[in-house]
Design a binder for this molecule. Structure first.
Ligand code: ADP
Length: 195
């Protein structure tokens, strides 16, 4: 199974990504986590990534591709992947499509999790005390939502045109969101087949 999760901050990409990976035996590849790990490694690249994340800005496409490509290549040769937070810009989507073509694979679905901004903001503020993330802050969250709308929002029509968009209401408890996703995928999914 090869899926991607397309969603604004706070919609539950991470939670649903982990569940989906366990459900279908694919690898959960979380762009934000991989980039945060690079930021922790330090050096000039790490500092650049950390600064982008703290501001709520996107990390430059080339850095993202350098970090994500090895993980995607490895997972494509195994049980597939659940891409969480990648691609997040149109150039990243084009690069991801080129990479998949080179690997001889294609996406089964792009799952679009949506919820109203006030729900997203409330969840991110709730998470702030536990996450320790520099971007879960009241002055950064509105900027992250704007960046999402302007830069990642255009991926919704992009994947709709390609016929693989699956839209799910993320303003529900996690179990209900997971059940909806699985129901919507059941026509496509062959859990454990390692497709
Ligand atoms: P959220 O989606 O809740 O903001 P993530 O952990 O997915 O959380 O992303 C956190 C931050 O990591 C983003 O604000 C951005 O700085 C960076 N990031 C994650 N994925 C990408 C990507 N594909 N392209 C550029 N930056 C990214």
């Amino acid at each position: 199974m090869r899926l991607l999760l397309l969603a604004p901050p706070g919609a539950g990409k991470g939670t649903q990504g982990e569940r989906l990976a366990a459900w279908c035996g694919a690898r959960h590849i979380a762009a934000g986590d991989l980039l945060r790990a690079c930021a922790r490694d330090g050096g000039p690249l790490g500092a650049q990534i950390a600064a982008c994340q703290a501001r709520g800005d996107l990390v430059p496409d080339q850095i993202v591709l350098d970090v994500l490509t090895p993980a995607v290549v490895a997972a494509a040769g195994e049980g597939g992947y659940i891409l969480d937070g990648f691609p997040r810009t149109l150039p990243q989507a084009t690069a991801a499509a080129d990479l998949a073509a080179r690997l001889g694979v294609s996406l089964d679905a792009a799952i679009y999790l949506h919820a109203p901004d006030e729900v997203l903001t409330r969840r991110l503020l709730d998470r702030a005390s536990r996450s320790g993330r520099s971007d879960d802050a009241a002055d950064v969250i509105p900027h992250r939502l704007r960046v999402y709308a302007e830069t990642t929002g255009p991926l919704v029509p992009y994947y709709t045109e390609r016929g693989i968009l699956v839209t799910v209401d993320a303003d529900q408890p996690p179990d209900s969101v997971a059940a909806d996703i699985q129901a919507r995928l059941s026509g496509l999914a062959r859990p454990t087949s390692g497709r």
